[in-house]
Design a protein around this ligand. Sequence first.
Ligand code: CTP
Ligand SMILES: C[C@](O)(CO)[C@H](O)COP(=O)(O)O
Length: 230
Amino acid sequence: MIVGVTQAAGVVLAGGSGTRVGREINKVYLPIAGRPVLAWSLEAFASHPGIGPVVLVTRPQDVEHVQEVTEGLDVEVVSGGSTRQGSELAALRQLAGRINAGEVDTVLIHDGARPLVSRELVAAVLRAARQYGGAIPGMVSEDLALATDEHVIPISEELVAVQTPQGFLAAPLLAAYERAAEEGFVGTDTASCIERFTDIEVHWVPGEQRNIKITFGHDLVVAERILESR
Ligand SMILES: Nc1ccn([C@@H]2O[C@H](COP(=O)(O)OP(=O)(O)OP(=O)(O)O)[C@@H](O)[C@H]2O)c(=O)n1
Ligand SMILES: C[C@](O)(CO)[C@H](O)COP(=O)(O)O
């Protein structure tokens, strides 16, 4: 922490169980191109010139893997919650003192399961979050539609497939997450709490095709191919 300077903080989420990949260990510790998925995601933030403190959210049972991926990095490690939002709140509470002191002005929250995020996308989300109060990456997709239980409803508006990192001004983000905890509100991603508990109009910035999330086993193969083609 550089005393007297306001910085952005990075939160990298690895507190899930990776069930859908169906492997014996948490998906974020599986190797791609010789390194754990999480090592790639962490590096994007720990080495980024625009990011100060980095908080990694993990599961207690992953302690041995955590030591491997954080070796040599200046990363704060906290235990996550039973939901993604609970894990995000744990990280925000780790940063609360610095947020309330004005030392951390913006927080970017990233899925540890997205190992291919670029430094440029981190910088773009950081800029937009500071300019608008909140920003998330989105991939424009003409082939998305609204779906009810039985019907597909074509739409004229463009939909975007959201990605991470999702960035927000830190003080309203922390307040929104504490309100959500008090009221028992659980959203689908970080923007959910912001939309419900603040008047921030979240902007979107162009996402990246390469910024895939490791969700199923085949995503590991895709990510490896992308890394090999760089
Ligand atoms: N309680 C949780 C749940 C998810 N995550 C993190 O949020 C990111 C995106 O979530 P997802 O891809 O759904 O991961 P998992 O919940 O681990 O996957 P699954 O649903 O297949 O178990 C992941 O990096 C995951 O580690 C987290 O930190 N805490
Ligand atoms: C937050 C997220 O990564 C935005 O794309 C995504 O919603 C979380 O992953 P999940 O597979 O939907 O749980």
